[in-house]
Design a binder for this molecule. Structure first.
Ligand SMILES: *Cc1c(COP(=O)(O)O)cnc(C)c1O
Length: 358
């Protein structure tokens, strides 16, 4: 027994999701976004499982270095580029592709000496107002980048969508139209869609898609689960019962006495808490799978433990397996209970939780 909390990563589910994305992308190449430790799934094992991806997207130089150290040879795109000359040198040494979103980054490129020729993704800000050149500033930026010495190996263009997870938002159409208008007449490879863009609006016609969340089997949409999109959850957060309690009617369970037994109750104490990345604001009633059955959380989430009402189940005992999210209990559903998004829960699985690739 002694099986405490672990995140079981299903390599087949990752590969299935990549195949599903590929079909959906109709010929576009797939940049698998593996930033933030592959959304909590483990950067290197995930990238190795996704060997069929055409490129990997990361947020930080260190993530790219870890992939190269693990022998990953595909293109690696630094989605925010680099901010210092020494990082540019590192990026050149390891053959990273760079997003360029700011004039300071062009300056760094102008000043670097050496023969390396980068693939440069110029980011256009079509309305997100976070990173990128505004359409009015884009032509000048492009001109500077074209004149770099040595010239870029290739120039590509991307933008990022602010509201693609809202199927009815007109903003996505406006962003796409702005991107098209800004890039009209230019013969460069382009990329618009993240997971929501890929499964939501009709964003085909671009050469690259950049899915993150969908690779991990979760849905970016409030009203559709990953399963409904044809995806399989790649992470199952599993643990087990470490104690059983018979709680008489009227007594409370846990900190703050936040849950009171309305009847004599069987309470299972489960090894999982906010120290593992569980959201502390989950409230009584949030579903938990005990021995494959949905039962309600009772009372507050502690650092290392939760309590679950298993009165309706026969034969729950120390060692009975528990799933916090995964197959049969989508992380999207738990995220709704926590008032957050699946991204935050997946990225938030803490370091003490071992990853087990299956
Ligand atoms: C994180 C990220 C993505 C992936 O987004 P998902 O919503 O997880 O699919 C795509 N593009 C960029 C630039 C990103 O930063």
């Amino acid at each position: 027994m002694n099986r405490l909390i672990r995140a079981v990563i299903d390599a087949q589910a990752l590969r299935h999701n990549l195949r599903t994305i590929r079909e959906r992308a109709r010929g576009a190449r797939v940049m698998a976004v593996v930033k933030a430790n592959a959304y909590g799934h483990g950067l290197v094992p995930t990238a190795l499982a996704l060997a069929e991806a055409d490129a990997f997207g990361v947020a930080r130089l260190e993530e790219g270095l870890a992939l190269r150290a693990a022998g990953i040879t595909q293109p690696i795109v630094l989605l925010e580029g680099v901010f210092a000359a020494e990082h540019l040198v590192e990026a050149a040494r390891h053959g990273f592709d760079l997003v360029v979103h700011d004039p300071l980054q062009i300056e760094l490129l102008e000043e670097i000496s050496g023969p390396h020729r980068f693939v440069l993704w110029i980011k256009i800000d079509t309305g997100m107002n976070r990173l990128g050149f505004r359409p009015s500033d884009f032509p000048a930026a492009l001109e500077r980048i074209r004149r770099l010495q040595p010239p870029p190996f290739e120039i590509r263009l991307l933008t990022h969508l602010a509201r693609a997870d809202e199927p009815d938002s007109s903003m996505t159409r406006e962003q796409v139209a702005r991107f098209r208008a800004t890039t009209q007449g230019l013969d460069y490879t382009t990329s618009i869609a993240n997971s929501a863009g890929l499964f939501g609006a009709a964003l085909l016609g671009c050469n690259w898609v950049r899915p993150g969340l969908a690779l991990y089997g979760a849905s970016p949409f409030a009203d559709r689960s990953g399963t409904e999109l044809g995806l399989h959850p790649a992470m199952s957060l599993e643990t087990s019962v470490i104690a059983m309690r018979q709680v008489p009617k009227g007594e409370t369970v846990g900190y703050g006495g936040a849950w009171r037994a309305a009847r004599d109750s069987s309470i299972a104490i489960v090894a999982a808490g906010y120290g593992d990345g569980l959201a502390r604001n989950l409230t009584s009633g949030t579903p938990v799978l005990v021995d494959g059955q949905r039962v309600p959380l009772t009372g507050r989430v502690s650092m290392d433990m939760i309590a679950v009402d298993v009165t309706s189940l026969a034969d729950v005992h120390v060692g009975t397996p528990v799933v916090l999210w995964g197959n049969g209990l989508p992380v999207e559903e738990i995220a709704r209970h926590a008032g957050t998004i699946p991204y935050e829960l997946l990225c938030g699985v803490s370091q003490r939780v071992p990853l087990e690739l299956r």
